[in-house]
Write a protein that binds this ligand. Structure first.
Ligand SMILES: [Cu+2]
Length: 138
């Protein structure tokens, strides 16, 4: 005759099993979204009066480096003048950070140009985070 088991007889075992599963799931699953949110540094090379790549897909918290391989100075200046790298001398590079709280938007701040050579243009495609580059120089 089977024992007349009460719910309390197997409840603790069940709780342990669930607890163990949640604990393992926490280890396996939690780091993945965090890894996906890791900040990226995007490098833009300026050469022959061209920003390359011309469009980048950046997110809030990312860093953007402009490296000037030309023999003349350049800038990366927001079309709406909301941010600016300042003058990037030949052979120099400047890195700016998009603040973690920067909002997404397709505003004029998502495109930029060179103050000295206005035909040089670049922008932030896809996510189109308006890069509110403050004084984040590195
Ligand atoms: Cu220029």
């Amino acid at each position: 005759m089977a024992a007349n088991r009460q719910p309390a007889d197997y409840l603790p075992a069940r709780r342990n099993w669930l607890g163990g599963t949640l604990s393992v799931a926490g280890w396996l699953v939690l780091p993945l979204p965090l890894k996906g949110l890791a900040a990226t540094t995007h490098e833009i090379v300026i050469s022959s009066l061209v920003f390359a790549p011309q469009q980048i897909s950046a997110r809030a918290g990312d860093r953007v480096t402009w490296r000037n391989d030309d023999i003349v100075p350049h800038t990366a200046t927001a079309t709406d003048h909301s941010w600016d790298t300042g003058i990037i001398e030949p052979g120099q590079q400047i890195t700016l950070e998009i603040p973690a709280g920067a909002g997404a938007g397709a505003g004029a701040g998502a495109t930029y140009y060179c103050l000295y050579h206005p035909s040089m243009k670049g922008g932030f495609a896809e996510h189109r985070y308006k890069p509110v580059f403050s004084a984040g120089l590195f």
